[in-house]
Design a protein around this ligand. Structure first.
Ligand SMILES: [Zn+2]
Length: 275
Protein backbone atom coordinates (compact mmCIF):
# COMPACT_ATOMS: atom_id res chain seq x y z
CA UNK A 1 0.00 0.00 0.00
CA UNK A 2 1.41 3.35 -1.11
CA UNK A 3 0.98 6.29 1.27
CA UNK A 4 1.41 9.94 0.34
CA UNK A 5 2.33 12.46 3.06
CA UNK A 6 2.29 16.22 2.43
CA UNK A 7 4.07 18.12 5.20
CA UNK A 8 3.62 21.85 5.75
CA UNK A 9 5.16 23.83 8.62
CA UNK A 10 2.70 26.39 9.96
CA UNK A 11 0.48 23.76 11.56
CA UNK A 12 3.25 21.84 13.32
CA UNK A 13 2.97 21.76 17.12
CA UNK A 14 5.26 24.34 18.72
CA UNK A 15 5.14 26.64 15.69
CA UNK A 16 3.07 29.65 16.72
CA UNK A 17 4.49 32.61 14.77
CA UNK A 18 5.25 32.96 11.07
CA UNK A 19 8.79 34.32 11.60
CA UNK A 20 10.51 30.96 12.36
CA UNK A 21 8.82 29.35 9.34
CA UNK A 22 11.05 31.46 7.11
CA UNK A 23 14.51 30.36 6.05
CA UNK A 24 17.09 32.65 7.58
CA UNK A 25 15.17 33.32 10.80
CA UNK A 26 17.08 32.38 13.95
CA UNK A 27 14.19 30.10 14.96
CA UNK A 28 14.01 28.29 11.60
CA UNK A 29 16.22 25.30 12.58
CA UNK A 30 13.99 24.67 15.60
CA UNK A 31 10.86 24.83 13.42
CA UNK A 32 12.48 22.40 10.97
CA UNK A 33 13.28 19.98 13.79
CA UNK A 34 9.65 20.08 14.92
CA UNK A 35 8.53 19.51 11.31
CA UNK A 36 10.84 16.50 10.98
CA UNK A 37 9.48 15.09 14.23
CA UNK A 38 5.87 15.10 13.05
CA UNK A 39 6.79 13.94 9.54
CA UNK A 40 8.62 10.92 10.98
CA UNK A 41 5.74 10.21 13.34
CA UNK A 42 3.39 10.04 10.33
CA UNK A 43 5.79 7.80 8.41
CA UNK A 44 6.09 5.47 11.40
CA UNK A 45 2.32 5.29 11.85
CA UNK A 46 1.84 4.56 8.15
CA UNK A 47 4.27 1.65 8.20
CA UNK A 48 2.75 0.31 11.43
CA UNK A 49 -0.58 0.10 9.58
CA UNK A 50 0.86 -1.79 6.62
CA UNK A 51 2.26 0.82 4.25
CA UNK A 52 4.78 -0.64 1.85
CA UNK A 53 5.89 2.65 0.29
CA UNK A 54 5.76 6.21 1.67
CA UNK A 55 6.41 9.40 -0.27
CA UNK A 56 6.94 12.54 1.83
CA UNK A 57 6.28 15.75 -0.10
CA UNK A 58 7.99 18.72 1.56
CA UNK A 59 5.16 21.25 1.13
CA UNK A 60 6.32 24.41 2.88
CA UNK A 61 7.80 27.62 1.47
CA UNK A 62 10.57 26.83 -0.99
CA UNK A 63 9.87 23.16 -0.29
CA UNK A 64 13.32 21.98 0.70
CA UNK A 65 13.05 22.24 4.47
CA UNK A 66 13.36 18.65 5.72
CA UNK A 67 17.03 17.60 6.11
CA UNK A 68 17.17 14.27 4.20
CA UNK A 69 19.48 12.67 6.77
CA UNK A 70 16.91 13.24 9.52
CA UNK A 71 13.95 11.65 7.73
CA UNK A 72 12.86 8.08 8.48
CA UNK A 73 14.97 6.00 6.02
CA UNK A 74 11.91 4.00 4.94
CA UNK A 75 10.40 7.09 3.29
CA UNK A 76 11.27 8.75 -0.02
CA UNK A 77 11.59 12.53 0.15
CA UNK A 78 10.25 14.80 -2.60
CA UNK A 79 11.64 18.34 -2.37
CA UNK A 80 12.36 21.46 -4.36
CA UNK A 81 10.71 23.71 -6.92
CA UNK A 82 7.83 21.43 -7.89
CA UNK A 83 5.34 22.61 -10.53
CA UNK A 84 2.54 20.76 -8.71
CA UNK A 85 3.50 22.20 -5.33
CA UNK A 86 1.74 20.59 -2.34
CA UNK A 87 0.27 17.71 -4.40
CA UNK A 88 3.40 16.96 -6.45
CA UNK A 89 3.98 13.27 -7.08
CA UNK A 90 0.49 12.19 -5.96
CA UNK A 91 -0.88 11.62 -9.46
CA UNK A 92 -2.19 10.96 -11.99
CA UNK A 93 -1.79 7.20 -11.92
CA UNK A 94 0.69 7.14 -9.05
CA UNK A 95 -1.36 4.55 -7.16
CA UNK A 96 -1.49 6.05 -3.68
CA UNK A 97 -4.14 4.55 -1.39
CA UNK A 98 -4.31 7.52 0.97
CA UNK A 99 -2.97 11.05 1.54
CA UNK A 100 -1.95 12.32 4.98
CA UNK A 101 -1.65 16.07 5.67
CA UNK A 102 0.78 17.02 8.46
CA UNK A 103 1.51 20.55 9.72
CA UNK A 104 -1.48 22.03 7.90
CA UNK A 105 -3.29 25.24 8.90
CA UNK A 106 -6.55 27.15 8.49
CA UNK A 107 -7.63 29.11 5.43
CA UNK A 108 -6.75 32.69 4.51
CA UNK A 109 -8.86 35.12 6.51
CA UNK A 110 -9.70 32.72 9.34
CA UNK A 111 -10.50 34.82 12.44
CA UNK A 112 -8.45 32.83 14.97
CA UNK A 113 -6.47 30.12 13.14
CA UNK A 114 -2.71 30.23 13.73
CA UNK A 115 -0.75 31.51 10.70
CA UNK A 116 -3.95 31.23 8.63
CA UNK A 117 -3.34 31.62 4.88
CA UNK A 118 -3.96 29.84 1.60
CA UNK A 119 -0.83 29.02 -0.43
CA UNK A 120 0.73 32.49 -0.06
CA UNK A 121 0.05 35.77 1.66
CA UNK A 122 -1.73 37.07 -1.45
CA UNK A 123 -5.23 35.56 -1.08
CA UNK A 124 -7.31 37.17 1.67
CA UNK A 125 -10.10 34.65 1.19
CA UNK A 126 -10.45 31.38 -0.73
CA UNK A 127 -13.80 29.70 -1.35
CA UNK A 128 -15.04 26.51 -2.97
CA UNK A 129 -18.63 26.44 -4.21
CA UNK A 130 -19.42 29.45 -2.04
CA UNK A 131 -17.87 28.16 1.20
CA UNK A 132 -14.48 29.23 2.56
CA UNK A 133 -11.85 26.57 1.85
CA UNK A 134 -8.32 25.87 3.06
CA UNK A 135 -5.25 24.34 1.44
CA UNK A 136 -6.37 20.87 2.54
CA UNK A 137 -9.61 21.29 0.57
CA UNK A 138 -7.91 22.74 -2.52
CA UNK A 139 -5.28 19.98 -2.50
CA UNK A 140 -8.02 17.38 -2.00
CA UNK A 141 -9.66 18.58 -5.22
CA UNK A 142 -6.63 17.41 -7.21
CA UNK A 143 -6.09 14.30 -5.08
CA UNK A 144 -9.76 13.31 -5.43
CA UNK A 145 -9.48 13.54 -9.21
CA UNK A 146 -6.43 11.28 -9.01
CA UNK A 147 -8.28 8.73 -6.88
CA UNK A 148 -6.46 9.50 -3.62
CA UNK A 149 -8.61 10.03 -0.49
CA UNK A 150 -7.51 12.29 2.37
CA UNK A 151 -7.19 10.18 5.52
CA UNK A 152 -5.56 12.50 8.05
CA UNK A 153 -5.23 16.23 8.71
CA UNK A 154 -2.95 17.50 11.51
CA UNK A 155 -2.75 21.05 12.83
CA UNK A 156 -4.51 23.35 15.28
CA UNK A 157 -7.98 22.92 16.76
CA UNK A 158 -9.55 25.34 14.27
CA UNK A 159 -8.18 23.29 11.38
CA UNK A 160 -9.84 20.23 12.90
CA UNK A 161 -13.18 22.05 12.62
CA UNK A 162 -12.50 22.90 8.97
CA UNK A 163 -11.47 19.30 8.33
CA UNK A 164 -14.64 17.87 9.83
CA UNK A 165 -16.72 19.98 7.45
CA UNK A 166 -14.63 18.99 4.40
CA UNK A 167 -13.73 15.35 5.04
CA UNK A 168 -15.80 13.85 7.87
CA UNK A 169 -14.18 10.46 7.15
CA UNK A 170 -10.64 11.71 7.86
CA UNK A 171 -8.70 11.41 11.11
CA UNK A 172 -8.20 14.78 12.81
CA UNK A 173 -5.13 15.38 14.94
CA UNK A 174 -4.83 18.51 17.10
CA UNK A 175 -1.29 19.43 18.18
CA UNK A 176 -2.05 22.95 19.37
CA UNK A 177 -4.89 25.28 20.30
CA UNK A 178 -5.11 28.37 18.13
CA UNK A 179 -4.91 31.50 20.26
CA UNK A 180 -4.79 33.89 17.32
CA UNK A 181 -3.04 34.72 14.07
CA UNK A 182 0.40 34.60 15.64
CA UNK A 183 -0.16 32.62 18.82
CA UNK A 184 -0.91 29.04 19.79
CA UNK A 185 -0.87 26.83 22.87
CA UNK A 186 1.02 23.67 21.87
CA UNK A 187 1.34 20.32 23.54
CA UNK A 188 4.91 19.09 24.02
CA UNK A 189 6.48 17.81 20.78
CA UNK A 190 6.65 14.29 22.19
CA UNK A 191 2.88 14.33 22.74
CA UNK A 192 2.25 15.90 19.33
CA UNK A 193 4.30 13.16 17.63
CA UNK A 194 2.40 10.47 19.50
CA UNK A 195 -0.90 11.91 18.28
CA UNK A 196 0.34 12.23 14.69
CA UNK A 197 1.66 8.66 14.72
CA UNK A 198 -1.65 7.31 16.04
CA UNK A 199 -3.62 9.39 13.54
CA UNK A 200 -1.52 8.18 10.62
CA UNK A 201 -1.84 4.57 11.70
CA UNK A 202 -5.63 4.89 12.05
CA UNK A 203 -5.91 6.66 8.68
CA UNK A 204 -3.96 4.00 6.81
CA UNK A 205 -6.01 1.29 8.49
CA UNK A 206 -9.19 3.09 7.41
CA UNK A 207 -7.82 3.25 3.87
CA UNK A 208 -7.16 -0.51 3.85
CA UNK A 209 -10.68 -1.11 5.10
CA UNK A 210 -12.14 1.03 2.29
CA UNK A 211 -13.62 3.51 4.76
CA UNK A 212 -12.28 6.69 3.16
CA UNK A 213 -14.02 8.72 0.48
CA UNK A 214 -12.69 10.74 -2.42
CA UNK A 215 -13.28 14.47 -2.00
CA UNK A 216 -15.82 15.63 -4.56
CA UNK A 217 -17.57 19.00 -4.16
CA UNK A 218 -20.05 18.33 -7.00
CA UNK A 219 -20.37 20.11 -10.34
CA UNK A 220 -19.74 22.71 -11.43
CA UNK A 221 -16.69 23.47 -9.31
CA UNK A 222 -16.42 27.16 -8.47
CA UNK A 223 -13.04 28.00 -6.90
CA UNK A 224 -12.58 31.62 -5.88
CA UNK A 225 -9.74 33.68 -4.47
CA UNK A 226 -9.86 37.26 -3.28
CA UNK A 227 -6.54 39.08 -3.32
CA UNK A 228 -5.01 41.89 -1.23
CA UNK A 229 -5.13 44.38 -4.06
CA UNK A 230 -6.54 44.67 -7.56
CA UNK A 231 -3.25 44.22 -9.44
CA UNK A 232 -2.73 40.81 -7.86
CA UNK A 233 -6.24 39.88 -8.99
CA UNK A 234 -5.62 41.28 -12.49
CA UNK A 235 -2.49 39.11 -12.81
CA UNK A 236 -4.24 36.00 -11.45
CA UNK A 237 -7.14 36.55 -13.87
CA UNK A 238 -4.76 36.24 -16.85
CA UNK A 239 -5.04 32.45 -16.54
CA UNK A 240 -7.19 31.22 -19.46
CA UNK A 241 -10.70 30.50 -18.20
CA UNK A 242 -10.34 32.60 -15.04
CA UNK A 243 -12.68 35.56 -14.52
CA UNK A 244 -12.55 38.60 -12.29
CA UNK A 245 -15.43 39.23 -9.87
CA UNK A 246 -16.12 41.88 -7.25
CA UNK A 247 -13.31 44.25 -6.36
CA UNK A 248 -10.35 41.86 -6.01
CA UNK A 249 -11.70 38.40 -6.81
CA UNK A 250 -10.72 35.75 -9.37
CA UNK A 251 -12.95 32.80 -10.09
CA UNK A 252 -12.59 29.48 -11.90
CA UNK A 253 -15.81 27.72 -12.91
CA UNK A 254 -15.29 24.26 -14.37
CA UNK A 255 -16.38 20.63 -14.21
CA UNK A 256 -12.74 19.51 -14.03
CA UNK A 257 -11.15 19.55 -10.56
CA UNK A 258 -7.66 19.53 -12.05
CA UNK A 259 -8.48 22.64 -14.11
CA UNK A 260 -9.83 24.30 -10.95
CA UNK A 261 -6.66 23.43 -9.03
CA UNK A 262 -4.36 24.59 -11.83
CA UNK A 263 -6.26 27.86 -12.31
CA UNK A 264 -5.94 28.63 -8.59
CA UNK A 265 -2.28 27.62 -8.34
CA UNK A 266 -1.19 29.59 -11.40
CA UNK A 267 -3.27 32.55 -10.20
CA UNK A 268 -1.50 32.62 -6.84
CA UNK A 269 1.88 32.38 -8.56
CA UNK A 270 1.06 35.22 -10.95
CA UNK A 271 -0.28 37.31 -8.07
CA UNK A 272 3.13 36.87 -6.45
CA UNK A 273 4.65 38.76 -9.39
CA UNK A 274 2.35 41.72 -8.75
CA UNK A 275 3.31 42.08 -5.11
ZN1 LIG B 1 0.60 26.09 4.01
Amino acid sequence: MKVYISVDMEGIGGVSHSAPTERGDAGYPTAVALMVGEANAAVDGAFAAGATEVLVNDSHGQMFNLPPEDLDPRATLLQGQKPWSMVAGAGPGAGFAVALFVGYHTRAGHPTGTIAHTYSGAPTLTALNGRPVNEAGINALALGAWGVPVGLVCGDDQLAIETEALFPWAERVVVKTAVGRRAAASVHPSLARGRVRAGAEAAVRRASAGKLELFDPGRPIVLEAEYRHALEADYAALVPGAERYGDRGVRATTDDPIVAYRTFLVGVRLAGLAA
